[in-house]
Design a protein around this ligand. Structure first.
Ligand SMILES: CCCCCCCC/C=C\CCCCCCCC(=O)N[C@@H](CCCCN)C(=O)O
Ligand code: ZN
Ligand code: ZN
Length: 506
């Protein structure tokens, strides 16, 4: 391992077929089960299961030994429990890219689950457990695909990074943000980033019979807004006309009952619907092909379903309410937290102003706990390398999927910590998702079929090789060679003395 074949950087390596032996297929599903069994739960930014996170680090060493011992792969633990892999490609003229996934999961109490959420049990062809869709599937599939390629003597041409955060579910401050700072210090620039965040969507839009792949090219912003009312406490036998609880409850109810404006047309979703138009039966196909005329109608229709509603506006979710100290005490203080998810066409400041105008009560104090604007829209045109590589790989691995369309991620991902490195950030999981499985993410009975997981490994196995395709050597891909002007050797970057040349750092 590790012979870099000096001077052979521009030779085209034969394509490695994505065929796995029975033994490999069993090993890959068992590896995922083992990952699910480690309860890497993030409860809050301060409360992570560090024992499980440490165990997870040891686990990936054990199940992916080739990744860790390959000379041209550098492994670094960052922020103690996150992991950064630097895979040095043989062609320094190609700009590197980065794959993201996260180790942590949201809590999963046993109640409501058919099997214990950290059992990783297989039943009826599905592996059950917290993290099987969000996001241990991606993490394990990335490392698994790389492991299988390395075993087949794969030497990548284009360098890439794999960044595995350990606190994505609670902020990414200790994981992704630290990896980002490290890459920044090394002067890294990336061709594109691929993270979790969207799927091959099946059954989300009424009348659309066929699934389509949505690659999210943007991500909603967010505000955690705490509203507070202070009142003089007193005896409940002689209450004032209004209490802090009553004032606050009325305020948050106004927020809930007054949706933010419908912004359909101001984000990537409109483009997706236009691309999908011909997949709908008459007359929807005509309506969607003529949004210049029917936009008001379509935007109203989208509001009817809570998932498509989230794509057309900033959403308002009342998530916490705290007040009262005793049954017979007028409460001195009441607090409520509202979680806004900001549409790509709005900003934090605009949403805050709207919220204050809706509440319209000077007795309410507003405290912004956390806020960030929506992420910029990444390119999805013919020249967008990351998008086109995803599209090409989707078409080869899922030939039955006719449409690949750009969309908006309604949740937040670690990718927002990496906006300095590239304009091309894409969120996509190569998995079919139905509304029911969408509800299982952060919900109950999260599961992935063994076949879907194998396909995810296959997808990344193909994707890694597609990223190496050389457009200057007769590929049908667009002129991405233009992006490769200059040299992108990671070997010359400042950093630990053990950067990947001949020995592994791990
Ligand atoms: C056009 C058809 C309808 C589209 C339907 C969209 C279907 C939704 C598909 C995927 C959404 C899944 C989102 C997965 C990523 C979310 C990850 C996550 O939970 N992130 C947390 C981060 C919290 C950070 C601390 N504040 C979150 O967003 O809450
Ligand atoms: Zn996730
Ligand atoms: Zn999540």
């Amino acid at each position: 391992k590790g012979l870099r074949g000096k001077g052979k950087g521009h030779q085209r390596a034969p394509r490695i077929p994505s065929q796995f032996s029975q033994e490999e297929r069993v090993a890959m599903k068992e590896a995922l089960k083992g990952a699910v069994q480690i309860p890497t739960v993030s409860f809050s930014p301060e409360e992570l299961n560090t024992t499980a996170l440490a165990q997870f680090g040891e686990y990936i060493h054990k199940v992916f030994p080739t990744v860790f011992k390959t000379s041209f792969i550098q492994h670094e633990a960052v922020g103690e429990y996150s992991h950064l892999f630097t895979v040095q490609g043989s062609d320094p003229s190609l700009q590197p890219y980065m794959l993201l996934a996260h180790i942590d999961v949201v809590p999963a109490p046993d109640e409501g689950w058919d099997v214990p959420p950290f059992s990783g049990l297989e039943s009826d062809g599905f592996i059950y457990g917290r993290g099987t869709l969000d996001n241990k599937n991606s993490l394990m599939a990335i490392l698994q695909a790389l492991e299988l390629l390395l075993i087949r003597n794969y030497i990548p041409r284009r360098s890439f990074f794999i960044a595995l955060g350990h606190d994505e579910e609670v902020s990414g401050v200790k994981g992704a943000q630290k990896i980002s700072a490290l890459l920044q210090a090394r002067g890294i620039q990336l061709a594109f980033i691929v993270d979790e965040g969207s799927f091959i969507l099946d059954g989300f839009i009424p009348n659309l019979q066929k699934p389509f792949a949505m690659v999210s090219v943007s991500e909603k912003g967010a505000i955690d807004l705490m509203l507070q009312v202070n009142m003089t406490p007193g005896h409940s036998s002689a209450p004032p006309k209004e209490t802090s609880i009553g004032i606050l409850a009325a305020a948050v109810s106004r927020l809930e009952q007054t949706p933010m404006p419908n912004m359909f047309g101001g984000g990537p979703f409109k483009m997706a619907l236009q691309q999908l138009a011909n997949e709908f039966p008459f007359p929807t196909n005509i309506v969607l092909s003529n949004l210049w005329l029917f936009q008001p109608l379509v935007s109203r229709l989208m509001e009817r379903n809570y998932i498509t509603n989230a794509l057309v506006r900033t959403t308002t979710a009342l998530t916490m309410f705290n007040a009262g100290v005793k049954v017979n005490v007028i409460p001195p203080v009441a607090q409520a937290t509202v979680n806004f998810r900001i549409h790509p066409a709005q900003t934090v400041q605009e949403v805050l102003k709207l919220a204050k105008d809706i509440v319209a009560d000077d007795r309410i104090q507003f405290h912004v706990l956390n806020a960030f604007d929506p992420l910029p829209v990444s390119p999805s045109d013919d020249q967008a390398l990351g998008y086109q590589l995803l599209r090409q790989t989707i078409q080869s691995v899922f030939p039955e999927v006719n449409i690949v369309a750009p969309g908006t991620c309604i949740g937040n991902t670690d990718s927002r910590h990496y906006t300095n490195f590239t304009t091309g950030i894409y969120r996509f999981n190569p998995i079919y998702l139905q509304p029911q499985s969408f509800s299982s993410i952060h919900g109950i009975n999260e599961k992935i079929s063994v076949q879907a997981y194998e396909t995810q490994v296959k997808f990344i196995f193909e994707f890694l090789q597609n990223a190496d395709a050389d457009p200057r050597q007769g590929s049908s891909m667009p002129s991405w060679g233009l992006m490769a002007v200059g040299s992108f050797s990671l070997l010359t970057m400042p950093g630990p003395s053990c950067l990947p040349v001949d020995v592994s750092c791990s």
